[in-house]
Design a protein around this ligand. Structure first.
Ligand SMILES: [Zn+2]
Length: 266
């Protein structure tokens, strides 16, 4: 008898079931959401084709040097992206993560992202660790100690710092800058025993190293990404878009069957 290979949709479905099984024993699940997760909501990733803004690459604009040279150009880029993000809505995959955080039986879910948008918060996830900062943060370009803050209405963009008079700048983490203090410590303190990585290229350190180390330590790691990444061979890779795969995975992870199986394990 000739065995036919499953259709792509069918094989993705089987992989989603395998991923739910893989995450069955996890009690502290770390979710890492990358650019591909927001791309499904229409936010450009800046890594794919067409990931340019006008004639600039993000590497040309998201640096202290670029800001010092032409702050208005950098602010224009940020204003446009802020307005694009304000107009976007969280997709079903992001909303399903909020459900997972609330209904992951006898377990906890910590969500961290390298994305600067607020779609995960608007999907209902609390808290969200923004490893590269938030696009709505505004701070002082001279780092004088002014705490800055959220600026959803752009009222602090292109202004002067109220403490020292230096120009205000976006509070995002730029190329060559350190991650906000305490966030990697918070992940370490959470002590995850499983990881779900969504739409991340898995090449930007130090965040990319987290799931790779976990996979090498034989902890369950599931990756959702239409493309293969350096993590894919080490993890259980679901090759589909977050908006499509996550609702199906979360459905299984929060099902009565899964709850009973998890209860039996504990
Ligand atoms: Zn200042």
């Amino acid at each position: 008898m000739v065995m036919l290979a499953p259709e792509p949709m069918e094989s993705l479905k089987l992989l989603v079931h395998a991923a739910a099984d893989r995450l069955l024993p996890v009690r502290r699940l770390l979710v890492l959401a990358g650019a591909g997760c927001s791309a499904d909501a229409g936010i450009p990733t800046f890594r794919d084709d067409g990931g340019w803004w006008r004639e600039y690459r993000p590497e040309d604009l998201a640096t202290p040097e670029a800001f010092a040279q032409d702050p208005e150009l950098v602010w224009t880029w940020y204003r446009e992206r802020r307005s694009q993000i304000r107009a976007a809505q969280p997709h079903g995959g992001q909303r399903s993560l909020a459900l997972l955080q609330k209904h992951f039986y006898d377990g906890q879910v910590l969500v961290a992202t390298t994305n600067e948008d607020d779609l995960l918060e608007r999907a209902g996830i609390e808290p969200v660790l923004h490893l590269h900062g938030s696009i709505f943060d505004t701070t002082c370009s001279a780092s004088c100690g002014w705490p800055g803050g959220k600026d959803t209405g752009d009222s602090m963009a292109s202004h002067r710092c109220p403490c020292c008079g230096a120009p205000t700048r976006p509070g995002s983490v730029w190329y060559g800058e350190s991650l906000p203090v305490g966030l990697l410590d918070a992940i370490q303190a959470f002590d995850p025993d499983g990881c779900l990585v969504i739409g991340s290229s898995n090449i930007v350190q130090p965040v990319a190293g987290i799931p790779i180390e976990m996979a090498l330590a034989r902890q369950p790691v599931v990756e959702v990404n239409p493309q293969a990444t350096p993590l894919s061979d080490l993890a259980l890779h679901l090759p589909g878009p977050a908006a499509q795969v996550l609702p199906a995975l979360v459905d299984l992870l929060t099902s009565a069957t899964m709850r009973d199986q998890r209860r039996r394990l504990s």
